[in-house]
Design a protein around this ligand. Sequence first.
Ligand code: FNR
Length: 382
Amino acid sequence: MKPITSIFDLEAMAKDRLPAVIFDYVHGGSEQQITLQRNVNDMRALALRQHDLRNVADRKLAVTMVGDPARIPLAIGPTGLAGLTWPNGECEAARAAADFGVPYCLSTMSINSIEDVAEATGKPFWFQLYLMKEHNVNENLIRRAHDAGCSALVLTLDLHVQGKRWADEKNGLSVPPKLTLHNAVDMAKHMGWMLSMVKSKRRTFGNLEHEVAQVKNLSALTQWIESQFDPSFDFDTVKWVRKQWDRKLILKGIMLADDARLAIDAGADAIIVSNHGGRQLDGAPSSISVLPGIADAVRDRIEVLFDGGIRTGADIVKALGRGAHACLSGRACLYGLAANGREGVDCALKLFEDELNDCMALTGLKTLDHVPAEAVTAQPSL
Ligand code: FNR
């Protein structure tokens, strides 16, 4: 086997192994994917300052993220349906994160349940909450996350309605995947994936099994989401969540400095500057382009985390230079999981660490506590 030299190799392996219906779900964004492309392109367009003649023999990569230790400034972000890419995928990814030493965030929309992941890792992890209209569902999820020892609750703000993902609609994505003739032929071409999935402990949303028992296909799922996700959700709702949860609260999906200030007022411990990886509002700016304005406004008062377009260790340095305290990875770690399960996630994390280490040396950084703004400049020449 050829050596895996970058996240892009893991992406190619994921594409080979997964049926199109699953790969497209992982890889894609909403509508024309303008925001998804902006995330990646704007990140690439940033230039790093080459800084020589510094003694960078001892470099420190570790930080804390909302009080949890992180061997590198990167957590694995919440991704729904990760367990469709690899059997017991959320448990495997959480184990990889725990063994490597970075936080793992489980999605509300995971296949493995909160309890599965707690049992698999035996270590604290973060739980991402989508707020449902029915408060008893929310209360139940929050209580389960608390009982499982989750150290942080990540409340996602940007899903008042679900972004339209054209590929998923065309492919007829459903949970569990539906055997249409087209999907069956495609899955048969991906026998390795199909046979491996027999080992899955669960077939549907582990955290919401009771609630989605009737949901069988994407249109039914969309209807269910539209009936459950609460468009009236505002900062009073965030305050309600704050009252229910006595550990760290992180608000995910902030794209405006004013919303970041409201997050502080609502009692959040951290925010994640994020446009959901270009999967929600197509046409939104890239998350890296709005990061400096938000970080300048609030980073003295709240931890500013970032996601969107992180594909290399250098991208982490760029985000830190633009004002983030640390980052989360969505697709990159998911490509690793889909390519080779726990080992693939470990591979993704080691690639990030190695690249970050090299990038620090070449940009003259000994620690990541304060990456100066001058270390990263806009260079729109790509
Ligand atoms: C996501 N994301 C996401 N976010 C969230 O809060 N809850 C979720 O269930 C999901 N599900 C999900 C599935 C998949 C397949 C992807 C790719 C993403 C968004 C995710 O947490 C993160 O914000 C983005 O993925 C960051 O962008 P990158 O790293 O993928 O470029």
